[in-house]
Design a binder for this molecule. Structure first.
Ligand SMILES: Cc1ncc(COP(=O)(O)O)c(C=O)c1O
Length: 463
């Protein structure tokens, strides 16, 4: 990112400080469709609408902060992934990105499967009617109780993450008189984030069983010996917010190498391969994500080519996008509180939420954009930092962004692309109440996850 020239305006320093920002956008009122949900637009009066509803009305009815989720966009993205991969592949939505019963119903209706990684996510999925055989159960430390519940429910697959778990799941399945379909999650020595990937040893992490040193091959040997397990495939997940497909290329090459070794040693060809999730979205205008059909084409070609080279039948491919489906579909609506210009630095814009509703900036140094949404403004751009209300100086929502210099308390601002890993990672830090998720579609809004209340907090505090 470049440092920009200082635009004239009352709240500006003459020289802008170092930061992760480009030049101010030509039009601060414009909404880049790359980062905003599909039905977001500015009405004639300058206020932003979503699904045909002005944000001011949403703020009045549901309060702020609130996650506003565009159901039309969610369904369109889910459908695009489903269509792109077609009937010979499976798309498992990664529930960790954001899960609620309404979302489970939408996924079910759009023909997607679901990946869960805790008893809580499993309970949510089952309670909203997701057929158990379309659920994959993940996790590096599933409890014995979670494993039993998943097998009893009849989940379509459990993804085995360690040698101990191979035995645990086999034992639980046998005790229940069942044979559980499983995949083994391997670490392929590839780590991919955003535009980069490192194809060196990335086995030094808690997930999966390394291919290196023959450990994954040994896991396969053990799984094949156990009556309680039906080994259906190999799983690999290489990272997050990935734009560059070359990490998947290396991962597929290595996973297919294992499938070939399994064929040579055991005389069987495993029927499935799961390449995980991690596909990137646009958080700011600088990000250029790929469309689902491009991703599907690239992944299918990679796996087919690798299998042809290894003289293997091409296995059924599955993927687990979370962020790429839900991320762009929601924005967080905040009311502006204190506006504090710091001479020579930037203006701190405090909103009525913060790191409790979006921990990603503090946790991952994530970048977001922000816009004034309750009105338009012709004021000059001012360099702003959007911060929350928590007792923590790292409580930053948007590190560097331009907002109009006449921004004032009571204005509504929105941070787009907060559908993934915001509500699902939300906390009660400072006993701040977690915001609601309001789904909007065709001129109607409804709460799908309600706002937390002080009674909710006190109910857990049993004195
Ligand atoms: C195994 C697995 N699958 C899928 C995902 C979803 O990733 P994303 O939301 O980036 O697509 C994750 C994320 O951590 C994961 O660990």
């Amino acid at each position: 990112m470049s440092r920009s020239a200082h635009p004239a305006g009352p709240r500006h320093a003459d020289v802008l400080p170092e930061g992760h920002y480009s030049a101010p956008p030509a039009d601060l009122n414009a909404l880049d469709p790359k980062v905003w949900a599909q039905t977001v637009t500015r009405g004639d009066d300058g206020a932003v609408t979503v699904g045909g509803i002005p944000v001011g009305r949403l703020a009045e009815e549901y309060g702020t902060p609130a996650y506003i989720l565009d159901e039309t966009d969610f369904r369109a993205r889910a459908r695009a992934w489903r269509t792109a991969f077609g009937p010979d592949a499976d798309v498992f939505y990664a529930g960790k990105a954001f899960l609620s019963r309404a979302v489970v119903r939408w996924l079910n209706e759009e023909g997607l499967n679901l990946d869960v990684c805790s008893g809580g996510e499993l309970a949510t999925a089952l309670s909203a009617g997701m057929p158990a055989d379309r659920i994959a159960f993940h996790g590096n430390n599933k409890s014995a109780e979670e494993i039993t519940r998943a097998i009893e429910a009849g989940v379509g697959r459990i993804v085995l993450d360690s040698f101990q778990e191979i035995v645990r799941v086999a034992h639980a399945a046998q005790s229940l008189g069942k044979r559980q379909r499983v995949q083994i999650r391997v670490t392929v020595g590839v780590e991919a984030h955003t535009h980069e990937f490192i194809a060196t040893a990335h086995e030094d992490q808690k997930f999966g069983i390394p291919l290196a040193g023959g450990q994954a091959a040994e896991a396969v040997r053990r799984a094949l010996q156990l009556d309680g397990l039906e080994l259906i495939g190999i799983h690999s997940h290489i990272g997050s917010q990935i734009f560059d497909m070359s990490g998947f290329e290396v991962a597929a090459h290595r996973v297919v190498g294992l499938l070939k070794d399994i064929r040579d040693e055991h005389g069987i060809e495993l029927p499935e391969i799961d390449l995980g999730g991690g596909l990137g979205i646009a958080y700011t205008s600088d990000d250029d994500p790929r469309e689902p059909h491009e991703i599907a084409k690239a992944l299918t070609e990679i796996v087919t080519r690798e299998c042809e080279a290894a003289r293997l039948r091409t296995p059924r491919i599955s993927v687990e996008p979370g962020r790429a489906i839900v991320g762009p579909t929601a924005f967080t609506l905040y009311e502006v509180g204190t506006v504090k210009p710091l001479d020579g630095l930037r203006t701190y814009v405090s909103v009525d939420g913060g790191m409790s509703d979006n921990i990603r900036t503090a946790l991952y140094d994530a970048e977001y954009s922000v816009a004034l949404v309750s009105r338009t403004s012709d004021a000059a751009p001012m360099l702003a930092r959007v911060v929350g209300k928590h007792c923590e100086s790292g409580d930053i929502v948007v590190k560097d962004a331009f907002l109009p210099a006449d921004l004032a308390p009571g204005d509504l601002v929105a941070v787009p692309a907060t559908g993934a890993y915001c509500r699902s990672m939300a906390s009660n830090y400072n006993h701040v109440l977690r915001p609601p998720v309001v789904a909007v579609r065709d001129g109607e809004a409804r709460v799908i996850v309600r706002r937390e209340t002080e009674e909710d907090l006190l109910r857990l505090d049993v004195g």
